[in-house]
Ligand binder design. Sequence first.
Ligand SMILES: Nc1ncnc2c1ncn2[C@@H]1O[C@H](COP(=O)(O)OP(=O)(O)OP(=O)(O)O)[C@@H](O)[C@H]1O
Ligand SMILES: [Mg+2]
Length: 362
Amino acid sequence: MAKTIVSMLNVDKWYGENHIVKNMNLDISEGEFLTLLGPSGCGKTTMLRMVSGFEQPSAGTIKVENESVEKKEPYQRNVNTVFQNYALFPNMNVYDNVAYGLKIKKVPKAEIKKRVTEMLKLVQLEGFEKRRISQMSGGQKQRIALARALINHPKVLLLDEPLGALDLKLRKQMQIELKQLQKRLGITFVYVTHDQEEALTMSDRIAIINEGVMEQIDTPKNIYEHPKTRFVAEFIGESNIFDTVVKNILEDKVELAIAEGHIAVPRGEYTVGEKVTVSVRPEVMSFSRERISGFSVKGVVKDIIYVGNFVKMIVEMSNGQEIKITRFDSMELSDLGDVVYLNWPLEKGVVIRMEDSFEDTV
Ligand SMILES: Nc1ncnc2c1ncn2[C@@H]1O[C@H](COP(=O)(O)OP(=O)(O)OP(=O)(O)O)[C@@H](O)[C@H]1O
Ligand SMILES: [Mg+2]
């Protein structure tokens, strides 16, 4: 296991009456690409600002390289930030923007020249030294902001939605470039986005934040396949969520009652009458004209939606809950108005943390 480079220990942040970050505990490893992912206003930027030193925690400790940074000014921390709006100097040229941090530190001119040249090469902007910022495209500005942050050779780079302003195509291209750059330089990235696809493709680990609380921290694959809470299941990708009650404990499986009938999960620690929430991804859902043993989920095909690279079928159960099923080819779906029975491989039903209780609907 790589050593921890940034950690938050029981960190709380209050703005007046508002509890923004709640008892946050987080360890980030050296060289890791860690993404903070969550809805707007959940506290992502606030977390970055506390690590960078532009904001102080109300309680708890933040450590960089195993040392509390409480008393350190932003420039004394081995951390740099790429802000969402780039925060470049519009009237300076590209060279001066990238050189800025070194000039402040009074690094000798020749050394500055060498390092700026090296950085512009790294972000593929050689030859643009004299251009004004106002004459650069969005993607180019993004790369200048990156060069300006990297030139200080930070151990940790904090990036706050750095690709937010770019169009989809450029964004996808920059995602790959950024990820490659990060691996090549071996710098720890703490990356903020609210784009789940971006988080899944770029990160070593993702921390899912909801109203200042860390819901889950894990690899993209585990976050997607084994969401621990209802929030994570619904926030990452699409999910069909069943609120159920344990009905029967059988030899090889457990039957769970839903409004419609019942579903099943593999054997485990359950007691009859207990509430259990199950999440099933749309792509693992199957359907048939006949009832499948172990499942009793009947519905009517209500809608078929073309989404480009896949098609989505909406099946409405008698209680009004809509179930989503996705396929790559519409030939694999049923027709509007058909009555279908739903099922899935037992192990694909993810049982969500039991404390996540729900209202009685069953
Ligand atoms: N300086 C401040 N004073 C008071 N409240 C603030 C301050 N900065 C942020 N907040 C509040 O803290 C909460 C979290 O803000 P934050 O900027 O961390 O969210 P975020 O997760 O980065 O959201 P987004 O995805 O929209 O950027 C919000 O409710 C915001 O209004
Ligand atoms: Mg933000």
